[in-house]
Design a protein around this ligand. Structure first.
Ligand code: ADP
Ligand code: GLC
Length: 490
């Protein structure tokens, strides 16, 4: 039996991306189709999405618009693929330039509750056959943006008098990041059209406010998150963001499924955006990528200087304050560091200052640049991901594929994907990078020193790098896990 699954999300690579979520929504439905599922996507019609989708045609008018001037449902596809994508056309909500969540001043839009309620509500409408040609058996909602989908499904089941435990579709809620909770003032609840009793501790209420994330966690039939370690961590007070009790209560419905790498996009042997192609068997191109990167960013042309790279949102989560403090360690040992990122002003300024102080060894590009991200991961010897917490993390897996050894804090998906170059792991041919345990300056510094020590032993470095490049984090395994979960549900 083919399982029909609708993925509900707010980003899609390459049309609209602020982080790893976009990479996942692009790759996972395709991987599920490979496994025999009938998978589709539902997205808000943000500018990049509405302009980028091919063959859009109207499906239905949406009878609720949550205050948008007009709202309708269209169906198109991702150019160059057959993945069907439903898009909500509500221009007064979504056709705004720039970031999908924040205005030009980086403040969340005042009508975000309604903008994303429309997304969740439309998902429930699709389960109720608003498209006569197709309806999902499973609705998989990603992050708080889609968190109300399971709540609207529950509300519809009740309204139609379905027996307890039944609904128009079963639901899965996927946590990509528990730190973004979609919290709104309680007064906004009235505009959502949900049953009044849903505003409850057993429902969407969270310390007197309205939480879209909690709605997803409470009403979904199953909860997944993007790595096994993060699935454990979020059940603790330290990392549960106030939702640990709810998550512990649902521990039997909660599973961690590691994200994958789309090797169609991230493969140094075929990547047309980098200076030269290379593979574990033919490595010479990597040096060219490094030389070009140094030239482009005006660093000293030293091919024997270990080059540390960062490609990241510059937020508290990513732990780059710790790396900024450790930069002197890298520079004084003769290493170089390249940072591509955008976010917190203090981090942007801190890295920019370091680049001014050490123009030969430190380079910083503030912004979001997909091609430069590839160039850095290809040209670097080490990719640093010192995150305080990391649900999965994709850059460290991309780094493995490109033979840039990841240097990571042992949390979340980082712990699940990188093996430290300790003596014993080197001896047993397990090491693929550098892992530090405590989120403390001395622990990071020790990992940096370990990277320099290994770099000086070129034979060990090459072996470790080759092992890293041969790791397979393809989507197939993860897609099979989701399929097993869907089968349990339908
Ligand atoms: P998160 O989703 O928390 O930001 P991930 O590691 O899962 O972290 O995914 C980050 C994705 O965003 C990767 O594809 C990475 O290459 C990309 N990325 C992050 N910052 C930038 C940037 N400044 N320019 C280009 N790509 C970036
Ligand atoms: C979130 C997380 C990141 C994860 C990504 C995709 O943005 O911060 O760790 O890899 O989602 O699941």
């Amino acid at each position: 039996m083919t399982i029909r699954v609708l993925h509900v999300a707010s980003e899609l690579y390459p049309l609209l991306k602020t982080g790893g979520l976009a990479d996942v929504t692009a790759a996972l439905p395709a991987a599920l189709i490979e496994q025999g599922a009938d998978a589709r996507l539902l997205l808000p019609g943000f500018a990049g999405i509405a302009d980028g989708l091919a063959d859009l045609r109207p499906i239905a008018r949406l009878e609720r618009s949550f205050g948008a001037r007009e709202a309708s449902l269209e169906l198109g596809r991702v150019p160059g693929s057959d993945l069907p994508v439903y898009m909500i056309r509500a221009d007064s909500f979504y056709a705004r330039p720039g970031n999908p969540y924040l205005d030009a001043e980086h403040v969340p839009y005042g009508d975000n509750a309604q903008r994303f309620a429309l997304l969740g509500w439309t998902a429930a409408q699709l389960a109720q056959h608003i498209d006569r040609a197709w309806a999902p058996q499973i609705v998989q909602a990603h992050d708080w943006h889609a968190g109300l989908a399971p709540a609207y499904l529950r509300a519809a089941a009740r309204e139609h008098g379905l027996p307890a435990g039944h609904a128009h579709a079963r639901s899965v809620f996927t946590i990509h990041n528990l730190a973004y909770q979609g919290i709104f003032p309680a007064q906004q609840f009235g505009s959502l059209g949900l049953p009044a009793d849903f505003f409850d501790m057993h429902g969407v209420e969270f310390y007197g406010q309205l939480s879209f994330l909690k709605a997803g966690l409470y009403f979904a039939d199953k909860i997944t998150t993007v790595s096994p370690t993060y699935a454990h961590e979020i059940q603790t007070v330290a990392q549960g963001g106030g939702l640990e009790a709810l998550l512990r209560g649902r521990t039997h419905d909660l599973i961690g499924i590691l994200n994958g790498v789309d090797y169609g996009v991230w493969n140094p042997a075929t990547d047309e955006t980098i200076a030269a192609r290379y593979s574990a068997d033919h490595m010479s191109g990597k040096l060219r990528c490094k030389t070009e990167l140094q030239a482009r960013l005006k660093l000293a042309q030293k091919h024997d200087a270990p080059l540390f790279g960062v490609v990241s949102r510059l937020t508290e989560q990513k732990g780059l304050d710790l790396l900024l403090a450790a930069l002197p360690e890298i520079v004084s040992r003769g290493g170089q560091c390249v940072v591509l990122g955008t976010g917190d002003a203090s981090l942007e300024q801190g890295f920019a200052r370091a680049a001014r102080q050490h123009p030969e060894s430190v380079a910083v590009e503030l912004g979001f640049d997909e091609a430069l991200a590839h160039a850095i991961i290809a040209g670097a010897d080490v990719i640093a991901v010192p995150s305080r917490f990391e649900p999965c993390g994709l850059t460290q897996m991309y780094a493995l594929a490109y033979g840039a050894l990841p240097l990571v804090h042992r949390v979340g998906g980082l712990a699940d994907t990188v093996v430290d170059a300790s003596l014993e792991n080197l001896a047993d041919a397990l090491a693929t990078g550098f892992v530090f345990e405590r989120f403390e300056p001395d622990a990071l510094t020790a990992a940096i020193r370990r990277a320099f020590a290994l770099y000086a032993r070129s034979r060990d470095w090459r072996d470790t790098r080759e092992r890293a490049m041969r790791k397979d984090f393809g989507w197939a395994v993860s897609a099979q896990r989701y399929m097993a979960l869907y089968r349990e549900l339908v």
